[in-house]
Design a protein around this ligand. Structure first.
Ligand SMILES: Nc1nc2c(ncn2[C@@H]2O[C@H](COP(=O)(O)OP(=O)(O)OP(=O)(O)O)[C@@H](O)[C@H]2O)c(=O)[nH]1
Ligand SMILES: [Zn+2]
Length: 373
C-alpha cells in the first residue's frame, strides 16, 4: 500500500501518477487546479489522447445513465479548462457545453477500464473532486515512461491495489495516544486517538466516565463538521448535537463519543464548501453532492466498529437519527440495544438541509419539525 499513499499525496499536489493493470499503463491527474495544462501534459507524456473519467453520480447529474460505477469520456486535443470543469463538476454543464455539446459527450462515452476505476478511488481517498484526467501510455512512449518511473520522478501503482484504497480491514486502526481532558459538560473524560494504517485519517474516542460496566454503553458516532462543531455554523445542527451528546452521555452515567474524520459525509471540507455554494444556487444537500460526483453518503463505519472492538464494547445505546449508522454497527457485530434521538435546533438556515435529510435520506427527524410547528 505504500505506493498508493504516496500516489495520493502526488495527486493532491497536482502531479501525475501512473496506474498499471498488467500491460495497460495509464497516466492520471486530478481535474482540480489547472486542468487544461494537466490534460495537455498528460497527452504529451503518454503519447495518447487524454480522457476524463466521471463517476456514475456525476453522469446522472449530466442526465446520463451509466452502466457501471464510472465511464470514460475521450477529450478533444484543444479542450479548454472551462469545459473540463463544466464536465467534471459545474452545476449546469449544459450551459457552457451547449445542447449539441452535451449530446456529443453522451454519445462518446466509453466503459471504464480497471485503471479508470482505480483512478477514481484514489481521487475519493484524496478528498479531491471524484473525476480523473487519464491518458493511456502509447507503445512509443513506454520506454520513456519506464525511465521516469525507475528514477522515482513518476510514481506507479497497481490498479488492483489503488482500487482497494477506500476499503478498510477489520482491526486496522492503531491506538496511538491518549490523555485526560476534562470538558465543560463532562469532567471525567479521556481522549484516545486512533490512526488509520496509511496515516491519512485519525479518529478520536472520547470516553466519558467508566462505561465498561454498562449493560449497553451510551454511544454517539459523530462525523466531523469543522464549520458546525467549531464555529457553530447555522447551516447544520452538528455543533449542538456534539455538545448535547456529551451532556447526555454524562447524564446517563458515562459512555463513548466517537469523533470520526468523515467531514462532509466523507467528501472532505473542500468539497463540502463547494456543495454549500451549489446549495446557495438552489440545490439541496443530496443533489449538490451528486453534482460534484458523490453519492448521497460516502461514509463507511468500519473504523467505528474497530474502535468499539478496541474499547471492548459490544452492546450500545446509540444516539442518532440516522438509520444507516444503526445498520452499519449491526453489520459490524455491535448490538444496538436502543436508539436515542439526538437533536440540534431548527433555524432558517438549516431548515432545508434537515428537511432533505428527513424526506430524502430517511433520517428520523419528525420530532424536530413537530416542535417547530
Ligand atoms: N456533503 C455535505 N455534508 C454535510 C452538509 N452539512 C453537513 N454535512 C456533514 O454531515 C455530517 C453530519 O454528521 P452527523 O451529525 O454525525 O451525522 P448524521 O448523518 O446527521 O446523523 P445523526 O446526527 O447521527 O442523526 C458531518 O460530516 C457534516 O460535515 C452538506 O450540506 N453537505
Ligand atoms: Zn455540520
Amino acid at each position: 500500500m505504500h505506493q498508493v499513499e504516496r500516489a495520493i499525496f502526488d495527486l493532491r499536489r497536482g502531479l501525475p501518477v501512473l496506474i498499471a493493470d498488467g500491460d495497460d499503463w495509464v497516466l492520471v491527474q486530478a481535474v482540480e487546479g489547472d486542468a487544461e495544462a494537466a490534460a495537455a501534459r498528460l497527452g504529451e507524456l503518454s503519447g495518447g489522447a487524454p480522457a476524463l473519467v466521471l463517476s456514475r453520480h456525476r453522469l446522472a447529474a449530466l442526465g446520463v445513465e451509466a452502466t457501471g460505477e464510472a465511464a470514460r469520456l475521450p477529450l478533444p486535443d484543444d479542450v479548454a479548462a472551462s469545459r473540463l470543469a463544466a464536465l467534471a463538476y459545474a452545476a449546469s454543464p449544459a450551459a457552457p457545453l451547449g445542447r449539441t455539446g452535451l449530446a456529443a459527450c453522451r454519445a462518446a462515452l466509453e466503459a471504464a477500464a480497471p485503471t479508470d476505476l482505480a483512478a477514481l478511488a484514489l481521487m475519493r481517498r484524496a478528498l479531491l473532486i471524484p473525476a480523473a484526467l487519464v491518458a493511456r501510455v502509447a507503445a512509443t512512449r513506454r520506454e520513456a515512461i519506464a525511465a521516469v518511473r525507475a528514477d522515482g520522478s513518476l510514481l506507479a501503482v497497481e490498479a488492483a491495489q489503488a482500487a482497494r484504497c477506500l476499503e478498510g480491514t477489520p482491526g486496522m486502526l492503531r491506538r496511538v495516544s491518549e490523555a485526560r481532558i476534562p470538558l465543560a459538560d463532562a469532567d471525567d473524560c479521556r481522549f484516545i486517538l486512533f490512526r488509520e494504517p496509511d496515516g491519512l485519517r485519525e479518529h478520536v474516542a472520547v470516553v466519558i466516565g467508566d462505561p465498561a460496566s454498562a449493560a449497553a454503553v451510551p454511544l454517539r458516532l459523530h462525523s466531523a463538521c469543522l464549520t458546525g462543531d467549531l464555529f457553530g455554523s447555522l447551516r447544520c445542527d452538528c455543533g449542538e448535537q456534539l455538545r448535547n451528546a456529551v451532556a447526555e452521555i454524562e447524564a446517563l452515567g458515562g459512555g463513548v463519543l466517537l469523533y470520526l474524520a468523515q467531514e462532509g459525509r466523507g467528501i472532505g471540507l473542500a468539497n463540502k464548501l463547494r456543495a454549500y455554494t451549489l446549495q446557495d444556487a438552489g440545490l439541496d444537500t443530496l443533489d449538490a453532492d451528486q453534482v460534484l460526483g458523490f453519492g448521497e453518503d460516502e461514509r463507511r463505519y468500519g473504523v467505528a466498529v474497530d474502535m468499539l472492538d478496541a474499547l471492548g464494547i459490544r452492546r450500545v445505546q446509540l444516539m442518532t437519527n440516522n438509520p444507516l449508522k444503526m445498520a452499519a454497527l449491526a453489520r459490524g457485530g455491535i448490538e444496538v440495544v436502543e436508539r436515542q434521538a439526538l437533536y440540534g435546533s431548527l433555524n432558517d438556515h438549516n431548515h432545508r438541509y434537515l428537511s432533505a435529510k428527513a424526506e430524502r435520506a430517511g433520517h428520523l427527524l419528525d420530532e424536530v419539525f413537530r416542535v417547530r410547528r
